[in-house]
Design a protein around this ligand. Structure first.
Ligand code: FAD
Ligand code: UDP
Length: 385
C-alpha cells in the first residue's frame, strides 16, 4: 500500500508516539502544535537564571507496570532512578504521604507495628458501615476514617477540585495507596524514574525521524482535515467542534514561581492539607533531579481553580453535567470522518504518561491494521465515557 500522509495535532506524548509509529511504518507525518515548544504538558525547560530543569506545567514523575512502555521510553532517554516521596503540612506539623505507618504513628502519637496499625485503623477509625464507597469522601471514611480524612484529604481536595469530596468519585482517591509499613513511595509501580535531561528532550527524540516534520506555533484548522489521509487530534474534544455544544469543564493551575538561595523545603513536593492555606502544594524543582547540583532553587506555589476559556485545561472535571455534555460531543465525533480523537484532551480523561504512551502505541498499531485491511477507522480507540 502507498505511503499515507498523516497529521498529528499536538506535539505532546500522544502526537509524538503515534507519529513515530506511523513514520517507522513508512508514512509521512506532519505534527503541529499551537505552543512554541514540543512536549505538551510534560514539557521541561532549563530555567535561564539558575539552570534548574523546570517541569513547566507541573511535576511529572514517570511510573509504570508496563514493561513495553518502560522499554519504549528508555529507547529515547536515559532514565535516572527516582522515587516520589511526598510530604504534607497539616495542622502545624509535617507528615509523610501517602498515609503509611509513620503517618499513622505520628498523627495518633503511637508506636504501632504494622499489624497493630492495621487493626487500629480497621477497629477505631474506618467506617465499616460503608460497604461500597461511591464518593471520594466515602472511600476515605471507609479506609482511613474521619480524623485522617479531615487532616490530609478534605481540605486539599476541596482546594484542588473546588467541590466537596462528597461530589467526587471514589476513583480519585484510589490513585493513592494506604500502607501499614514505612514505605513512603508515593507510587506502587514496578518501574519509576525521571528522564535525565527532561521530558522535552525525550519527546524530541521520539519526534526525531526523517518521516516526521514538526511545525510549532501552528493552530490546527479543521478545514485541513481534507489535506491528509487521516488526522490524529490530541487537542480538546470540544475545541475541535468550536465549542458548539458548550464547554467541557476543566480545572486549571496557576504556578507562582519564586527563587531561593539554597534549599527551600528539603524535598520536591510539599502538600498543604489545611483549607485556609490557599495553595495545594509547593514544588522545588531541583529535587526532581537529585543527580544535579544547584546552589539556587526554583519553586512553584500551585493554585487550582476552574478553567476559563483563556486558561490551559489541566484536569477534566467529569461530574454528571460534564459527562452528559461529553456524551453529546462523543456522538458528534463519531459522525466525523478522517479524524481520531486521542490523548488526555481528545478523550477528556486524566491519563498518566505511561497510559498515554500505551494507548498511543495501541492506536498506531490498530490504525495500521485497519488501513491494511481497508477498514473504517474509529473516532475513538478507547471509550471516553
Ligand atoms: P498534552 O500533553 O496536553 O498535549 C496536547 C498538545 O496539543 C498540547 O501541546 C497542545 O498545545 C496541543 N494542542 C491542543 N489543541 C491544539 C490545536 N487546536 N492546534 C494545535 N495544537 C493543539 N503523568 C504521569 O505519568 N506522572 C505525573 O507525575 C504526572 N503529573 C501530572 C501533573 C499535572 C499537573 C497534570 C495536569 C498531568 C500530569 N500527568 C502526569 C499526566 C500527563 O501530563 C499526561 O499523561 C500527558 O501530558 C498527556 O499527553 P497528551 O499528548 O495526550 O496531551
Ligand atoms: N489528595 C489529597 N491530599 C493530598 C494528596 C492528594 O486530598 O495530600 C487527593 C486529591 O483529591 C488528589 C487525589 O487525592 O486529586 C489523587 O492524588 P494525586 O497525587 O494522584 O493527585 P493529582 O494527580 O490529582 O494531582
Amino acid at each position: 500500500m502507498a505511503a499515507g500522509k498523516f497529521l498529528m495535532v499536538g506535539a505532546g506524548l500522544s502526537g509524538a508516539v503515534i507519529g513515530r509509529q506511523l513514520a517507522e511504518a513508512g508514512h509521512q507525518v506532519q505534527v503541529v502544535d499551537a505552543r512554541d515548544h514540543i512536549g505538551g504538558n510534560c514539557h521541561t525547560a532549563r530555567d535561564p537564571e539558575t539552570g534548574v530543569l523546570l517541569h513547566v506545567y507541573g511535576p511529572h514523575i514517570f511510573h509504570t507496570d508496563d514493561g513495553e512502555v518502560w522499554d519504549y521510553v528508555n529507547r529515547f532517554a536515559t532514565f535516572k532512578p527516582y522515587k516520589n516521596r511526598v510530604k504534607t503540612t497539616a495542622r502545624g506539623q509535617v507528615f509523610s504521604l501517602p498515609v503509611n505507618l509513620h503517618t499513622i504513628n505520628q498523627f495518633f502519637g503511637k508506636t504501632l507495628r504494622p499489624a497493630e496499625a492495621r487493626a487500629f485503623i480497621a477497629e477505631t477509625q474506618a467506617d465499616t458501615t460503608i460497604k461500597d464507597p461511591q464518593s471520594f469522601e466515602e472511600q476515605a471514611l471507609r479506609f482511613v476514617g474521619r480524623d485522617l480524612y479531615e487532616a490530609f484529604f478534605k481540605g486539599y481536595t476541596l482546594k484542588q477540585w473546588g467541590v466537596s469530596p462528597r461530589e467526587l468519585p471514589a476513583s480519585i482517591l484510589k490513585r493513592l495507596p494506604l500502607r501499614f509499613s514505612y514505605d513512603d513511595n508515593y507510587f506502587f509501580h514496578k518501574y519509576q524514574g525521571m528522564p535525565e535531561q527532561g521530558y522535552s528532550e525525550m519527546i524530541g527524540g521520539i519526534l526525531d525521524h526523517p518521516g516526521i516534520s514538526v511545525r510549532l506555533e501552528t493552530v490546527f484548522n479543521r478545514a485541513e482535515t481534507q489535506d491528509y489521509d487521516h488526522v490524529f487530534y490530541s487537542g480538546p474534544l470540544d475545541g475541535y467542534f468550536d465549542y458548539e455544544l458548550g464547554r467541557l469543564g476543566y480545572r486549571t493551575l496557576d504556578f507562582e514561581k519564586f527563587t531561593y538561595d539554597g534549599d527551600y523545603q528539603g524535598c520536591a513536593v510539599m502538600n498543604y492539607g489545611d483549607v485556609d492555606v490557599p495553595y495545594t502544594r509547593i514544588t522545588e524543582h531541583k529535587h526532581f533531579a537529585p543527580w544535579e547540583s544547584h546552589e539556587k532553587s526554583v519553586c512553584y506555589r500551585e493554585y487550582s481553580r476552574s478553567a476559563t476559556p483563556q486558561d490551559i485545561p489541566y484536569y477534566p472535571i467529569r461530574q454528571l453535567k460534564e459527562k452528559a455534555l461529553l456524551a453529546d460531543y462523543v456522538a458528534l465525533a463519531e459522525r466525523s470522518t478522517g479524524v481520531s480523537f486521542v490523548g488526555r484532551l481528545g478523550t477528556y480523561r486524566y491519563l498518566d504518561m505511561d497510559v498515554t504512551i500505551r494507548e498511543a502505541l495501541d492506536v498506531a498499531a490498530g490504525f495500521l491494521q485497519q488501513r491494511a485491511a481497508a477498514q473504517a477507522v474509529p473516532a475513538f480507540w478507547t471509550a471516553p465515557l
